[in-house]
Each structure stands twice: as structure tokens, then as C-alpha cells.
Ligand binder design. Structure first.
Ligand code: DC
Length: 221
């Protein structure tokens, strides 16, 4: 097993920014597991499958292939061999990913992809159930959170920087809905693992969060 760092937390807590920085500093591989759920959501969406059609989703899981590839340390998600990474960051894909992530067929399909890479490599893996289900033996587990308003403000800023439009109250409501769905689903809900360190980034800078987590990693190396 590689050295595994698991970072879980709600949408918009800054997990990917922080995980990427850690991976760079430590020379680990960054694994964005949300992108795997987004890739399946994108595949179902393109086939016109509704997020509440569990039967069609379970069937589609059988003939869709999802894989991770790395190019210069940057993660790419391959759907049936095609790099679809560029289409995954839209809010609609994220919301659909949250909806379809409640189904056992979806979670089962993605579990081994995540576990295999962590077995072979030193990874910083972020998601919702990494410390609790995917990598229960991870050497370092972090639960990264921030207030819903702060997370909405960060998302809004990202949208504006990309030249897109957004309404901060709508974003905050979407975030709260997504939190609720992710935290209350029956299988592998978002929750802090018993042995995870809680980091609340509401009034912390990126640098402060990275330093706090690196200190935790050093204690466990
Ligand atoms: O982290 P993200 O916003 O890219 O994740 C999109 C959705 O995928 C998230 O709302 C729930 C689901 N997800 C999950 O169920 N388990 C994970 N380990 C990662 C993401």
C-alpha cells in the first residue's frame, strides 16, 4: 500500500485546491474521486437517462467504462477510452453526480478504481467517503469543511473568474441541498471518520490549511 491521505468534506470546502497543493508538495498523485461520479453522470446524461431511473442507471453501469489516466501529474477521466475531463466541472453535472451517487451499482463500479490506485501509489484522494469506506486504512485522514455561505462565495468567485454568471443565494441553496443529499444517503454517506482530523477552513487561507494538513502528515510518516 502507498502512503494514503484521505480528504473528505462537503462540496466547495476547497478539497481539490488543497489536495492538489499537497500532492505537488509531497510528490504524491492527486485523485479527484468526484470526477469519477461526474463522468458517470455525464455518460447517463448523454444517454438521456433521468437521475431517478435507478434501473436504467444500473444497466448502463454494465456497459460504460471509466478509467483514470495521468499526464504530467494532471488527472484525466476516460469514458469508454475518451478523455471527457473538460466537460465535468459544470454545476449541472455536479448536481447529477450527487443524485446518481446514491445508487449501489454506481458506488460499486467506482470503488475498485479508487482502491487500486491507492494500493499502488502514494495518493492524496479527495471525496465524500474516502476515510470511511474507500480507504479505511489511510495513514492520514482529514475532514475539510467550511460554512455554507463561505463555500457559496468561493463557488461564485470561481464562476465570475471564468466569465460565467451566478446568483450567490441560488448557489448557497444548491450547496445546502447537495450537502443534505450527500450526508443522508443510505450507502457511504458523507461523514467525518472517527480517526479523521477536522479542519474548518471558513476563516483560513489556503496556505494555512495546507500547512495544517502537512503538519498532520508529518506526524504520521
Ligand atoms: O466533489 P465533487 O463535487 O466533484 O463530487 C460530485 C458528487 O459526487 C458529490 O456531490 C457526491 C458524489 N461523490 C461521492 O458520492 N463520493 C465521492 N467519493 C466523491 C463524490
Amino acid at each position: 500500500m502507498g502512503f494514503n491521505i484521505a480528504i473528505d468534506g462537503p462540496a466547495g470546502a476547497g478539497k481539490s485546491t488543497i489536495a492538489k497543493r499537497l500532492a505537488k508538495d509531497l510528490d504524491f498523485i492527486y485523485v479527484d474521486t468526484g470526477a469519477l461520479y461526474r463522468a458517470l453522470a455525464y455518460a447517463f446524461w448523454n444517454r438521456g437517462i433521468a437521475p431517478d431511473d435507478e434501473e436504467a442507471i444500473a444497466k448502463a453501469c454494465e456497459d460504460v467504462s471509466v478509467a483514470l489516466a495521468y499526464e504530467n501529474g494532471v488527472q484525466k477521466v476516460l469514458l469508454n477510452g475518451e478523455d471527457i475531463s473538460a466537460y465535468l466541472r459544470q454545476e449541472a453535472v455536479g448536481n447529477m453526480a450527487s443524485s446518481i451517487s446514491v445508487y449501489p451499482a454506481v458506488r460499486q463500479k467506482l470503488l475498485s478504481i479508487q482502491q487500486e490506485i491507492a494500493e499502488q501509489e502514494n495518493v492524496v484522494m479527495d471525496g465524500r467517503d474516502i476515510g470511511t469506506c474507500v480507504l479505511p486504512n489511510a495513514q492520514c485522514k482529514i475532514y475539510l469543511t467550511a460554512s455554507a455561505r463561505t463555500r457559496a462565495e468561493r463557488r461564485y468567485k470561481e464562476l465570475i473568474e471564468r466569465g460565467e454568471e451566478g446568483d450567490i443565494d441560488v448557489i448557497e441553496n444548491d450547496i445546502k441541498e447537495r450537502d443534505h443529499r450527500d450526508m443522508t444517503r443510505a450507502i457511504a454517506p458523507l461523514k467525518q471518520a472517527d480517526d479523521a482530523v477536522l479542519v474548518d477552513s471558513t476563516s483560513m487561507t489556503i496556505e494555512e490549511v495546507v500547512s495544517a494538513i502537512e503538519a498532520e502528515v508529518q506526524k504520521r510518516k
